[in-house]
Design a protein around this ligand. Structure first.
Ligand SMILES: Nc1nc2c(ncn2[C@@H]2O[C@H](COP(=O)(O)OP(=O)(O)OP(=O)(O)O)[C@@H](O)[C@H]2O)c(=O)[nH]1
Ligand SMILES: [Zn+2]
Length: 345
């Protein structure tokens, strides 16, 4: 297990992590009891992603040249652990009548800061951290971390035949492991893709749409239609990438859905939580394609970021549009993706 993977697990478990010169703990998971040991004088400032700071209206205190830079909130007496948990959780923005006065400054170790925020994001937690002072006097163990490098090295772990309901083609399921963080992904090989550029779909995990039939998005229908098109085309490859919620993780996606219940759109909800609209990266997808021997593909997508992401990794891509009929619940979501995320017609 890499240092980054251990650190991600430690953050999820509410334990402290050291990243370069910083010792941090996730606001979302550290208990009050442990925090009082780690920060006995209640002085630890709070590190927020730039997007979350902007959502809290703290942008005016920041450098106009770096509007997305992370921000440190100075500790004040009224900032108790529970008020900080409420401050960093966008779900509570509508209940809170006051979020201030807050004093901010720019964090000093900018590489360690962005590495720390990258780790907590990769842990699927809110992008908010306690920055603890040097704890060398304490005997508490903390996990050492390096920056979480986006997974980009694919190893094929296992392969087997998989009969799939409604698909008139032989399907092979291939389990892939990413070296950087140990995450597991899947390539479904439909039929016998070979010869000319095969039909490919990069599908980012969507538990709600893929498994429960959620009507809020178009993921489930896109997944099934892609497999059908591949079978009709004589073959294809579907990569099932574990990038739930465009890379923010399941709990954060459900938080985003809660904000959408309040009227925010899919992009605004991500920003309000403190994330970019899309936190995905397609380097691992390119590595999986290369390891399966495909350097030229036809990609079922409406998302230009997928085309650019693969092309940047040396895969030659021709786009095949992949629109499914809208329903009353996802029509607005699809319109926002066209208007704000550059999705193609
Ligand atoms: N954060 C967030 N993620 C969402 C939301 N709705 C769906 N998703 C996630 O978005 C991803 C869907 O990705 P894709 O099916 O690759 O769709 P896409 O990026 O629009 O690209 P194409 O379908 O290829 O055009 C999945 O990981 C879903 O979990 C939402 O409202 N908020
Ligand atoms: Zn979905």
């Amino acid at each position: 297990m890499s240092k980054a993977a251990r650190a991600i697990a430690a953050l999820r478990a509410g334990r402290p992590v050291t990243v370069g010169g910083l010792t941090i703990a996730a606001v979302e998971t550290v208990t009050d009891e442990l925090l009082s040991l780690l920060d006995p004088d209640a002085r630890a400032p709070i590190l927020l992603s730039g997007a979350r700071a902007a959502a809290l209206g703290l942008a005016n205190q920041r450098d106009a040249a770096t509007p997305d830079a992370p921000v440190l909130i100075e500790r004040a007496d009224w900032l108790t652990p529970s008020s900080v948990r409420s401050l960093v959780d966008a779900g509570q923005d509508f209940a809170r009548f006051s979020a201030g006065p807050l004093t901010t400054r720019s964090p000093e170790h900018s590489d360690d800061t962005s590495a720390a925020l990258g780790l907590v994001r990769r842990a699927g937690l809110l992008p908010a951290l306690w920055v603890l002072s040097d704890r060398s006097a304490l005997s508490l163990e903390s996990c050492e971390a390096t920056a979480a490098i986006a997974p980009r090295t694919a190893t094929i772990a296992a392969r087997a035949a998989l009969p799939v309901e409604g698909l008139d083609a032989e399907v092979q399921i291939i389990a892939v492991r990413a070296e950087e963080d140990g995450s597991e992904h899947v390539a479904l090989q439909v039929g016998a893709p070979g010869g000319r550029a095969p039909l490919v779909r990069l599908h980012s995990e969507c538990l709600t749409g893929d498994v429960f039939g959620s009507l809020k998005c178009d993921c489930g229908p896109q997944l099934r239609a892609a497999l059908r098109l591949m079978a009709e085309d004589g073959g294809g490859i579907l990569l099932y990438l574990r990038q739930e919620g465009r890379g923010i993780g399941l709990a954060n996606k459900i938080r985003a859905y809660g904000l959408q219940d309040r009227g925010l759109d899919t992009v605004e909800a991500n920003r309000r939580l403190g994330f970019a609209d899309d936190e995905r990266d397609f380097a691992l997808a390119a590595a999986i394609l290369r390891s399966l021997g495909h350097r030229e593909i036809r990609l079922l997508t409406n998302n230009p970021a997928k085309l650019a992401g693969l092309e940047a990794e040396g895969i030659a891509v021709t786009r095949v549009p992949h629109h499914l009929p809208a329903n009353p619940h996802n029509a607005h979501y699809l319109a926002v993706k066209r208007a704000k995320s550059g999705h193609l017609d």
